[in-house]
Structures are given as structure tokens and as C-alpha cells.
Ligand binder design. Sequence first.
Ligand code: NAG
Ligand code: NAG
Ligand code: NAG
Length: 488
Amino acid sequence: MSGAWLVVCLASSLMQDTDPKPQFKEKYFPQIIDHFNFNVMGNGTYEQRYLITDEYWKRGSGPIFFYTGNEGDIWEFALNSGFITELAAQQRALVIFAEHRYYGKSLPFGQDSFNIPEVGLLTVEQALADYAIMITELKQQLGASACPVIVFGGSYGGMLSVYMRLRYPNIVAGALAASAPILSTAGMGESKQFFQDVTSDFENYAPECRDAVRGAFQRLQDLAQMEDYGRIQSAFSLCKTPSSYKDIHQLNGLLRNAFTLMAMLDYPYSTHFMGSMPANPVKVACDTMLGGADLLHALKDTAGIVYNSTGDLTCFDLYTLYVECADPTGCGLGFNSLAWDYQACTEIEMCYESNNVSDMFPPMPFTEKHREQYCSKRWGVIPRPGWLKTQFWGDALSTASNIIFSNGDLDPWANGGVRSELNVFEEANDADPASVIKARKMESDTIAQWTVTVVKGCSIKYFNLDIYTNLKQVHSFIVNQVTLWHIL
Ligand SMILES: *[C@@H]1O[C@H](CO)[C@@H](O)[C@H](O)[C@H]1NC(C)=O
Ligand SMILES: *[C@@H]1O[C@H](CO)[C@@H](O)[C@H](O)[C@H]1NC(C)=O
Ligand SMILES: *[C@@H]1O[C@H](CO)[C@@H](O)[C@H](O)[C@H]1NC(C)=O
């Protein structure tokens, strides 16, 4: 899911921020290393990084917007959340971005953090406890004990926001979760869903695009079957000649990952990942796939959109550009990828596979059995399927409250999240175009009332941003909702 955090908060995809960037101060919080065992680490602490800005804050009474950091450097998230900044300015909120333990600079054991057993304190529960303690202590330090806390996050960070509200409702008044795959990561998804959704993004642009991709992978497979490794090397500008089934598997993984990233980052403006991704990468990819005379070269150039965005790549190095891990949707590179790999080996279930039937990629099975083998070899752990669902409720969320889920329909993570928990709000959502148009015309005071109804009438709010073509309306819903949580 590495690229997944880039599935920007509802936030930046919704509203291009026009405001100047807030001036975050970078700070460190002495955090308990082990919240759940009083003996092993005793009262030992580590330095947990967080960013804070009080430039919008109505001191002492404005709400606190707390970003539950996910799998990456906290600055990356803070600099990509224009919507939250805007909301904070309107609501006069204090804004805090907390870094997740074992990511960025928040390494409990420094360079040794990814050794066994040091890595063992990387769990969802420890991360939530970190946030709960940080919120509680910072509120005290800042004279903010009366200020309601609203947590927010995207992707895995969105899952954490939801969990914070479930686990620590005494501390958190509400949660705003964007593209949070809380069901699929709890083992309640379908293994083929993710790559099927990635495929749909390309197919929806042009069915021929899907066919071309499938055809190119087929050509590659034919060459591999003939063990024509020289042709494969030249067609894909590989640094080394592949020589085994393992190398071809790696090449397939690297290529598939390029499509995954482009689907996740399919925004109408350019984004940054390993250099920069062009605006509308799916379109760019399909134009490349369909423009080349030779399918294999077209496939290579399409992968280049991701791996060679700088134009500096002289050859593709199979094992450094992409690292296979317990998350078939990608772990990224560097330290952060180790942490995510470990999480995918323990609580977070990511058993997605491609099959060339419901998707356009070569069959690459990744079952619970594969996961177990990989994880016990890599980290000495056996995953516990079902544990996340047991702990964090799965889809049995009817007694939860004050959670907003948002999804973009093009986002391949959307189907792993909460889409079906319909309610008052969703009914309005389901309406025919005429009522949508009518709804759009609603005056803001009507909308304010309507959100109150929603809050009273049901617990889970779910947005389909694509039905809400009027972004201002969605925006206004969220603003009103957050105001309400603030007041309550
Ligand atoms: C841990 O506890 C000991 C004994 O009470 C105390 O001396 C020490 O300062 C504590 N360390 C931290 C980091 O709180
Ligand atoms: C994918 O499926 C198609 C049929 O839809 C088949 O012709 C092709 O050989 C398959 N490709 C691979 C790589 O398995
Ligand atoms: C990377 O892009 C540059 C500029 O488009 C191109 O000249 C080069 O051949 C590409 N590298 C590879 C390995 O395809």
C-alpha cells in the first residue's frame, strides 16, 4: 500500500488548496516504547516526531485536528493535506500531524528497529496508544483540555482514524477517513478485487488499452517460455540478463506495480512518487500502450512513466526499482517499506492476487499460505488472519458513531472500504439526477440541518464523491459535520 498513502486525503483530491502552506513546527514527543508490557521495556521511551501549527487556532477552545500518521514520513502527509488546512482555518483549529512509530524519524530503536525482536513493537495497537497518549499530554501542555479532538487520515491512516474513534472515544470526538480499506485489510475482501479495480481504471479509459496490456504480458510470457532471455533483456532495457523463472516473476511484479501506482495516482494534476507522475497517468499510459508499434516496447515505456519519470534511467534494475513483499500492491522502498512489510506480515491482511481473468495481469497468486511462508522466512512471524477484524469490528460498525468515510470511485482501494452501510445521507446520494441537481441548489442552512439529521439518524456516513459532483456541497457537509462534533 506504499503508494497508497498517496491516495491523497479526500482532502487534496477534493480541493486544490489555494491557501499558503501552514508553518508547521517539527517536534518530538517522549513516547512510551511498550504500552502493553510493564516489564520488558519498563518506562523506556523513544522520540516520536510530530508537526504542529497553531496559526489558525482559537486558543483554548478551537478544536484539535489530529492526523493519525501512516506508513511514511510525516512531512509527506502534512504537505499534501490542503483540505485539512483549509478546514482548520475555517474552524480555527489546532493542527497536529503525528508520525507513526517505525516510520520516518520515529524509530524506537534507531537503526536497529527492524531487527528481530525489536520490530515486534510495531503494531496497530501500539500506534493507537501512542496517539492517545500524545493527544492527552499535548492537550494538557497546551491548555487545550476543553478542545474536542477530530482525527483524520487517508488510506491506512484513515483506518487508524476509524480505530481511534472505536478504541478511544473518550479522547476522540469524530473521525474523517479517506479511502480507508478497513474491510479488505481485515480479511473481508476478495483477493481478486484490487487488481480488478486497477484494470477497470485502464479499461474504462479504453478497452483496447486493457487488451494491449494483456497482449504485452502474453508476449513476455511467450519469450520466457522459450527462455529467450536476451530478447527480454533488450525489450525491457534490463541492466542484467534475466536467467530464471524468479527473475521473470520479479519483472512481472515490477511491471504490474507500475500500473498499480498509476491507477492509485490517477489525478488530473501531477503528483510525486519516485520523481513525478504526470497528470492523468492512466490516460498517458494507455496512449503509450496504444501508440507503440511493438507491444513489448510500449509496455517498457509505460513502466517508464513510473520508474523513469526523471528520464535519467539508463536501464531497469529488477531488484532495486521494485521490492516484492507481503503486500502485493507494493511496499515501496527504503526503511518505511520494511515497516510496512512487517505490518502486512502481522495484522494487516493484503492477500491480493492477479489472475489474467478478472484483471489484465499475469496470474500471480498470493494466498494466505504464500503469505505465511514469506512472513515466517522474512520476519519469523506467522500472520493471524481475523485478528484485525476481531479487534476493530470488521463491518459490524452499527454502534459506532461520528465517522465519515469518503471514497473516490476510481480509487482501487475504494472497494476494500465501507461502501454499503447505507443511511439517510446515502439515500439522498442515491437519488436520480434531477434530485441531485435539486440537492445541489440547497441553501447552506438547509444542508446544515440535513447533516444534523444524518448525525441523529445513523452512525456511519459514507460518501461517494463521484455522485457528489458538486464538491462544494461535500465540502460544506464535512465542514458542518466537523463543526457539529466541535460543538457537541
Ligand atoms: C523510569 O523510572 C525510573 C524509576 O522511577 C525513573 O528514575 C526514571 O526517570 C524513569 N524514566 C523515564 C524516562 O521516565
Ligand atoms: C491471459 O488470458 C488470455 C485469454 O483471455 C490468454 O490468451 C493469455 O494467454 C493469458 N495470458 C497469460 C499471461 O496468462
Ligand atoms: C528513460 O527516459 C529517457 C528520456 O525519455 C530515455 O532516453 C531513456 O531511454 C529511458 N530509459 C529507459 C531505461 O528506458
